[in-house]
Design a protein around this ligand. Structure first.
Ligand code: EPZ
Length: 417
């Protein structure tokens, strides 16, 4: 079994290059099947992408990878069901629902996988597909069969600004007859990345970065090119690590406006960070002030940074309250932080953190992707050595994390035990 070993309190100095955003790349790759030949640049090397590559090959899509650029040819795409095993590999497998419904008016797959941070239903996706004219059958083993004689433009209001539902409905609506309007759409930058990609194929989508998207259905999509935007969550994770141990740590390839929610909180805490045009310079800050944080859809504080910043808040002076409003089970990192010496109480959808506390190295277990990031940050702050098990979750979303930290002085290694 592979584990990550980290010796804490080592200075992190130098440059960390941020890669393409996982949550963009995992929607751009399935979206490519709506066209014929497309190119996607800056695709991160993470296991979620590997899983999607395997699904595309199974569907008859030709893939040529040059560095981080993928040339995809879906000319001979086969309308085959996505298998149970493929569906379960990641949450983003569900984008094949929208893409196949849009392209073939038929999609067949199982309930998606993804981190166990809540129930994560897909009712908003399915009710949106029905509004476009689809009928959905769910058979005995939770297999979804989605069919439509015709897809017609519709008015769709999302009860919650769901990222996945917004993207999936875009994929289903691009070929629909007439105009589709999605209100209360998610405004995450990753949604904008997909909109640009679809429009480069010839789709007609307006309202990018707003909560009202209008899609004029088209008859054909051809070609298309996209570049995956920098991963704002990966960037935020390393900036937080820099506040703990950084010495002029440069987090490079950042779009600052994508993480103002984080940088505003860090400034409120008194963190020593400098925001530049496409990088953030961060230095270890010992006197940190406690703050209260509430997660929210973009541009609010991102739920994906709630667990990483919790590790930093254990080092802040005073009591911080973190309220998680998006997922009902996103505090699984907390027991391990407490095991390392943190003072945290879970109360409904809030955690109350008293700091600063001295963290001691320990053996901990990753339960989900961002919990893993939180444990790595805690290990960097801890006295002594920490062993982190179940690291497969971390490798889903953090490209080359061991080397990125090692290259700036982190005492971190991957060991087979
Ligand atoms: C995307 O998940 C991201 N994943 C998540 O990142 C991210 O946390 C989330 O958006 C919110 O920003 C990918 O893009 C692959 P949602 P998604 O639909 O689309 C409820 C990470 O760590 N909901 O916005 O699944 C749902 O239960 C991952 O990188 C419904 O009730 O998120 C949840 O409580 C974790 N019905 C909330 O909305 C639906 O039909 C957020 O879900 C859909 C969602």
């Amino acid at each position: 079994m592979e584990i990550i070993k980290i010796r804490g309190k080592k200075t992190l100095s130098g440059t960390i290059e941020i890669g393409g955003a996982k949550n963009s790349a995992v929607s751009l790759v399935p979206a490519a099947v709506l066209s014929d030949k497309t190119i996607i640049h800056n695709v991160p090397e993470i296991s979620d992408i590997e899983a999607l590559r395997d699904i595309l090959k199974y569907l008859g899509v030709k893939i040529v990878k040059r560095g981080s650029s993928y040339s995809l040819d879906a000319t001979n795409l086969e309308n085959k069901p996505i298998t149970l095993e493929q569906s379960k590999k990641l949450r983003a497998s569900y984008y094949f629902m929208g893409a196949f419904l849009g392209k073939f008016k038929h999609a067949e797959m199982y309930f998606p996988g993804g981190c166990s941070i809540g129930q994560r239903p897909i009712d908003l996706h399915l009710s949106g597909f029905e509004k476009l004219g689809a009928t959905i059958t769910i058979d005995y083993d939770n297999r979804y069969i989605i069919d439509a004689k015709e897809l017609k433009g519709a008015e769709i209001n999302l009860r919650f600004a769901s990222v996945g539902a917004t993207v999936n409905l875009l994929l289903a609506a691009v070929y629909a007859k007439g105009t589709t309007t999605i209100t209360n759409a998610a405004r995450e930058p990753e949604v904008g990345n997909v909109i640009d990609f679809l429009n480069s194929m010839g789709a007609k989508i307006t309202g990018k970065d707003t909560s009202t998207l209008v899609i004029e259905g088209v008859k054909e999509l051809k070609g298309g090119e996209a570049s995956v935007i920098p991963d704002r969550i990966e960037a935020g994770t390393y900036v937080i690590a820099g506040v703990i141990n950084g010495h002029n740590l440069k987090v490079q390839n950042v779009i600052p406006k994508h993480i103002t929610a984080l940088t505003n909180v860090l400034k409120k805490m008194g963190a020593n960070i400098e925001v530049h045009e496409d990088y953030i310079l961060v230095n270890k800050t010992t006197k940190l002030k406690a703050v209260n944080i509430k997660t929210a859809p973009y541009p609010g504080f991102p739920t994906d940074l709630q667990q990483p910043i919790t590790s930093l808040l254990t080092q802040a002076e005073g009591t911080s309250v973190v309220t998680e409003t998006i997922y009902e089970n996103r505090f699984q990192n907390v027991p391990y932080l407490v095991q390392m010496g943190a003072d945290i109480i879970i109360k409904d959808n809030k955690i109350i953190i008293n700091g600063p506390t001295k963290l001691k190295g320990s053996t901990v277990i990753t339960t989900d992707l961002r919990a893993g990031a939180a444990l790595i940050i805690a290990a960097l702050a801890a006295e002594g050595e920490t062993s982190i098990k179940e690291i497969k979750y971390v490798l889903r979303g953090y490209e080359n994390i061991i080397n990125k930290l090692k290259n700036v002085g982190g005492k971190i290694s991957l060991e087979d035990v």
